[in-house]
Design a protein around this ligand. Structure first.
Ligand SMILES: Cc1ncc(COP(=O)(O)O)c(C=O)c1O
Length: 378
C-alpha cells in the first residue's frame, strides 16, 4: 500500500493499480525481442500471434467465454464505446437504456447516439446507490438495442443487481444486447458471462494489476455489432489496429493472478477497509455514503463541512493519494454525476472522497491509513 517510489500512501486503486511484478516479467520479452506484428505471415509475427492467442484463451477461460468471443481493446473506455455504439448502430431503432451512474465511457457514448436521434434512457439509481430492476425494466421497449448496467460503480463501489436486471430485460426485449461494465468488479467479484447471462462485458487490465492501455470486450457469439474503429479488420473486423501483444500478455497474467487471489482479496481487503472507515469516523467524523452491497476495496466517505478539493490538496501534500472519484481531464473536481443522481446536492457531493484499497493492501494497513489521513486533515 505504501508506494515507495512516490513516497505516498496509495489509496487510489480504483483509478489504477500498481502492476504486479509477474505481469511485467511476462510482458518484458514482448517489449523488444518479440516485437512482430501479429497480423504478419513470417516467423517473427507468428511468435507474437501465438502469444496473443494464448492470452486470449486464458482470458476467455477466466470469464467462461470462448476465445473467439474476446475482442482486445485499448482499455475500458474503448470496450464501453464498442458495447454501446456497436449494437445501436447495427440496428435500425438503436435505442439505449442504461443507468445514470455509469462511467462516462458509457454515458458519453449514449449521448453521442442521442445526437444521432437514437432514444436514450438513463435510469436513476436509488438513494442507496443501487438500481431497482423493475425501474430499469420500465425503461425497456421493443426498440431497445442495448441495455447497459455496470457490475459495480467506480465511485461508491455499489454492486448492482445485474442478474436480476438481465432477467427483466430479457422478458421485455429478448433481442436487446445486454452489456455490463465489469471494469471495477474484477478484483473481488466472480465474473462469469454465463452466470451473469450478459452478451457484452468490459474489462480493463490496469484495474487489477495489469498494464494501462489494454482491455477487452467480451462479445457473445451472434451479437450484432457495428465496429467503432475501421481499418485492417483485426479482431474479426470488430476492432481494427495493430495488436498490443505485450499488453494482452500482461493482461492475461494479471487476470490469472487476480482470479487466484480473489477470495483472499475479499477476506484481506474488506476488513482493512472497514477498520479504515470506522477509525476515520471516530477521528474526523467521516460517514459512509452507501450502506448496501458494495465492493470490499472502496471506502466512499462524506466529511461534513469540508470540501473535497481542499482535502485532496492537503492529502497530496501529506503524502496520501485519494480521489474525489469525479475529476475531469484537467484534474479539477466537478460535482459527481453519480452522487447527484443518487439525490445528493452539489454541496453534499463536494464533501465526499473515495479511498480505494487493492492487491498491495496488507494486514494493519486500514488503521495506519486512517490515522495518517486523519492526521493530515486535522
Ligand atoms: C467502471 C469503469 N468503466 C470504464 C473505465 C475506463 O477504463 P479505462 O481507463 O481503461 O479506459 C473506468 C476507469 O476508471 C471505470 O472505472
Amino acid at each position: 500500500m505504501w508506494d515507495n517510489s512516490n513516497h505516498m500512501l496509495y489509496l487510489d486503486h480504483a483509478a489504477t493499480t500498481p502492476m504486479r511484478p509477474a505481469v511485467w516479467e511476462a510482458m518484458e520479452p514482448f517489449v523488444a525481442d518479440t516485437f512482430g506484428n501479429s497480423s504478419g505471415s513470417h516467423g517473427v509475427s507468428r511468435r507474437a500471434k501465438n502469444a496473443l492467442e494464448e492470452a486470449r484463451e486464458v482470458l476467455a477461460g477466466l470469464i467462461g467465454a470462448r476465445p473467439q468471443e474476446i475482442v482486445f481493446t485499448s482499455g475500458g473506455t474503448e470496450a464501453d464505446n464498442l458495447a454501446i455504439k456497436g449494437p445501436s448502430l447495427s440496428s435500425s431503432g438503436g435505442g439505449v437504456v442504461t443507468t445514470a451512474i455509469e462511467h462516462e465511457a458509457v454515458l458519453e457514448s449514449a449521448h453521442f447516439l442521442a445526437g444521432l436521434g437514437r432514444s436514450v434512457v438513463e435510469v436513476p439509481p436509488e438513494p442507496s446507490g443501487s438500481v431497482d430492476p423493475d425501474r430499469f425494466a420500465a425503461a425497456i421497449s421493443p426498440g431497445t438495442a442495448v441495455a447497459s448496467v455496470m457490475t459495480a460503480n467506480n465511485e461508491t463501489g455499489a454492486v448492482l443487481p445485474v442478474a436480476a436486471i438481465v432477467r427483466v430485460v430479457r422478458s421485455v426485449a429478448p433481442r436487446a444486447a445486454i452489456h455490463t461494465d465489469a471494469v471495477q468488479a474484477f478484483n473481488s467479484e466472480d465474473i462469469n458471462v454465463d452466470d451473469l447471462e450478459v452478451d457484452l462485458l468490459s474489462l480493463a487490465a490496469h484495474k487489477f494489476g495489469g498494464p494501462r492501455g489494454v482491455g477487452l470486450l467480451y462479445v457473445r457469439a451472434g451479437t450484432a455489432l457495428e465496429p467503432v474503429l475501421h481499418g485492417g479488420g483485426q479482431e474479426l473486423g470488430l476492432r481494427s489496429g495493430t495488436h498490443n501483444v505485450m499488453g494482452a500478455v500482461g493482461m492475461a497474467v494479471a487476470a490469472q493472478l487476480a482470479v487466484v487471489d480473489r477470495s483472499h482479496f475479499r477476506a484481506r481487503v474488506g476488513p482493512e477497509r472497514d477498520v479504515f472507515e470506522v477509525r476515520l469516523g471516530e477521528l474526523v467524523g467521516a460517514v459512509r455514503t452507501i450502506d448496501g452491497e458494495r465492493l470490499p476495496q472502496h471506502a466512499h466517505l462524506r466529511f461534513p463541512n469540508r470540501i473535497n478539493e481542499t482535502m485532496l490538496i492537503q492529502l497530496d501534500q501529506g503524502g496520501v493519494a485519494g480521489s474525489a472519484g469525479s475529476a475531469c481531464q484537467s484534474g479539477a473536481v466537478t460535482p459527481s454525476h453519480v452522487l447527484t443522481a443518487m439525490g445528493m446536492s452539489a454541496s453534499e457531493a463536494a464533501e465526499c472522497l473515495r479511498f480505494s484499497f487493492g492487491w498491495t493492501t496488507e494486514a494493519g494497513d486500514g488503521l495506519k491509513a486512517a490515522e495518517l489521513v486523519a492526521g493530515v486533515l486535522s
